[in-house]
Design a protein around this ligand. Structure first.
Ligand code: SF4
Length: 634
């Protein structure tokens, strides 16, 4: 507890000791720590004490900027007790003064921006036009003064970017330098789970993987995040972009029997055939050899010929990338992407991937990675890791899913806030179960009526969480908004982060009158926004958010049934519970918060052994009584 900067609350000393002992011995820990347990500061103190004893460094991985800021806030407190230097890193799309202000470049991948940056630095060093003035200024800067500034202030990433903006320096270049000295680096997940970025980071930190303790915050996100990292796709829009590249850069042959345009035409045809043959609702499983056989037959070639073709596409793409980088454009090539896709698709491990066709506006071929272990196995080589979240139970499921060893320590630290400050009710007369909704035409109107009544009686900030945008659209289409006599805000599909934050802040600002916010479970609001005090007092969950029975979902279930004999548990029950727990968890963020949730689905009671809840037949009355009991006002 030497580094702990506060008076410890119950369990915190034990929590820290557990972390320190495990990570000092290269072991792993999985912890569910409820709101108010002080998990950020405990994680930092425990891992830092281990790191200082053993000469390791700490990498604290976060999903959001606000979590990263919290890490720096706690680190500053620790630094007041004992000098410990740390930095917060963000990608070039956030830190680079050239890229973040350019709408075309801002959307570049880390690899593309790294390449463009390299080219600009080369030009600067050789005094050629098109270089980077921030890089030049940074080279001339007084680096000792900068390091002293950071040691004394421990800035957040945003503060450091602002500081560099004032001086005309490149934050990215300076952070690379400072990382060597830092005992703690806070960074987004990508800095560890994308191999290309991880290797650079280890280099900057001057540390081997075995000397790095990794903290994964909000770890319930990790399995899906890493599946996405390893998944690969080819969309119809990307093929349209191939067409444009051909017009600009030409159409060389990539096989004796095919030019790039021939491959493009055949891929478009295969997507149409896959849609016609295999799509059911939103996606469909396609036979493993469907694309290979289509291409081989179209171009009378062998599987080796396909590899040659993929390589030729990537080579042509490489020429395009190089030219674009030299011209200061985003070094992206869709022809390179097409070659990479064919190469990957025809050589992937069928045991770990499922091949899908996705419908919608932008039909897409997708190789979806079923097993997060493809990516997370790197954790086994590091000097211990800590995985924590407010919703991680059952811990053994998380451990198994990401492939941590059997001797991983598992621990639960419940929220110290009074349990009675939160009530959860569920209704028996509703469900979003597909078959029942299809048979009972009164089901949706009944749920709409419950939402309208609750919102009209409770003058408290209320979020209505839908399991999907489709159901939210149905409510809106049925004119539910007009029946609610309070200001209603809506989280719309594909909303940008700034726009979403604006909606949330308007909603929070109306807490005295009590506003309503329509949102979706599993989205940015239910998983990542804090609503302390009266910012949120009532949550309505419109149906238990079970995953839809898509081809992808069925493949996942089959994979976990085969691997652990727990297909339903690991791919349906646990993720559904976590989504609901995250949404309901928004209600209580401080010791004095009071909040109640109503789940409009009788299936909710299946989760009652993990989350205390009661049936209600009169939700409005029960809510009014709950708030009257706690606040004297219904
Ligand atoms: S050196 Fe810095 S400012 Fe210049 S392009 Fe690279 S990241 Fe951007």
């Amino acid at each position: 507890m030497d580094l702990f900067p506060y008076s410890p609350r119950p369990n915190q000393a034990e929590f820290i000791r557990l972390i320190e002992e495990a990570t000092a011995n290269d072991r792993h820990i999985v912890v569910e720590s409820g709101t108010g347990t002080g998990k950020t500061v405990c994680a930092l103190v425990g891992t830092l004490q281990a790191a200082l004893r053993t000469g390791k460094k700490v990498l604290y991985l976060t999903r959001t900027n606000s979590q990263e800021k919290q890490v720096i806030t706690e680190l500053r407190k620790i630094n007041e007790r004992q000098a410990v230097f740390g930095i917060a890193i963000q990608g070039r799309q956030v830190t680079c003064p050239l890229f973040r202000r350019d709408p075309d470049l801002k959307g570049g991948s880390p690899e593309e921006l790294s390449r463009l940056c390299r080219e600009k630095k080369r030009k600067s060093m050789q005094d050629q036009p098109g270089g980077c003035r921030f890089f030049t200024e940074t080279r001339l800067a007084d680096h000792d003064e900068l390091a002293n500034h950071c040691r004394s202030t421990i800035p957040t990433a945003e503060e450091f970017v602002e500081y560099c903006d004032q001086k005309g320096y490149c934050p990215h270049e300076l952070l690379k330098e400072l990382a060597r000295e830092a005992r703690v680096v806070a960074a987004p997940y990508a800095y560890f789970f994308m191999p290309f970025i991880r290797n650079s980071l280890l280099d900057w930190m001057d540390v081997s993987l075995g000397d790095l303790i990794v903290i994964v915050d909000e770890a319930h996100n990790l399995p899906d995040y890493t599946r996405e990292v390893e998944s690969f796709q080819l969309s119809s829009w990307a093929l349209d972009a191939v067409e444009k590249e051909i017009e600009e850069f030409g159409d060389p042959d990539v096989l004796p029997t095919a030019s790039i345009r021939d491959v493009l035409v055949e891929m478009k045809r295969l997507i149409q055939e896959a849609l016609a043959e295999y799509l059911i609702d939103e996606d469909g499983l396609i036979p493993p050899a469907f694309v290979e056989e289509g291409l081989m037959s179209a171009f009378t070639t062998s599987s080796r010929g396909l590899q040659t073709m993929a390589k030729a596409l990537m080579e042509q793409g490489e020429v395009i990338r190089e030219r674009k980088a030299q011209e200061g454009r985003l070094p992206r090539s869709y022809i390179h992407g097409l070659g990479g896709f064919i190469n990957f698709w025809t050589s992937l491990d069928e045991a770990e991937y499922v091949k899908l066709i996705i419908g919608g506006d932008n039909p897409t071929l997708r190789a979806y990675c079923l097993d997060p272990v493809v990516t997370t196995s790197v954790l086994l080589g590091c000097g211990g890791s800590l995985h924590m979240s407010g919703t991680l139970v059952p811990l053994s499921e998380y451990r198994d899913t990401i492939g941590l060893p059997a001797n991983t320590a598992l621990a639960t630290y419940p929220s110290p806030f009074p349990q009675e400050n939160r009530r959860i009710f569920y209704l028996e007369d509703c469900t979003t179960k597909y078959e029942e909704m299809a048979q009972d035409e009164d089901m949706v109107p009944r749920m709409e009526e419950h939402v309208v009544q609750i919102c009209n009686v409770m003058d408290r900030n209320t979020v209505v969480f839908f399991p999907s945008y489709a159901l939210m659209d149905r409510f809106i289409g049925d004119k539910v908004l007009a029946r609610i006599r309070r200001k209603v805000h809506v989280e719309e599909r594909g909303m940008g982060q700034a726009e979403l934050m604006e909606v949330v802040s308007r909603f929070k600002g109306q807490r005295d009158e009590g506003a309503v916010l329509f949102s979706v479970v599993g989205g940015r609001i239910s998983e990542g926004i804090d609503f302390p005090d009266k910012d949120l007092e009532v949550a309505i969950i419109v149906g238990v958010p079970y995953p839809r029975p898509t081809a992808k979902q069925r493949a996942l279930m089959h994979f976990y049934e085969t691997k652990f004999r727990k297909g339903w548990e690991y791919t349906v029950k646990v993720p559904t519970f976590r989504k609901m727990a995250q949404a309901i968890g928004r209600l209580i963020r401080t010791e004095t918060d009071i909040g109640a949730a109503v789940i409009l689905d009788r299936r909710a009671k299946q989760f009652s052994e993990r989350m205390e809840m009661d049936e209600t037949q009169a939700p409005v009355n029960d809510l009014v009584n709950f708030f009257k009991y706690h606040t004297g006002k219904g």
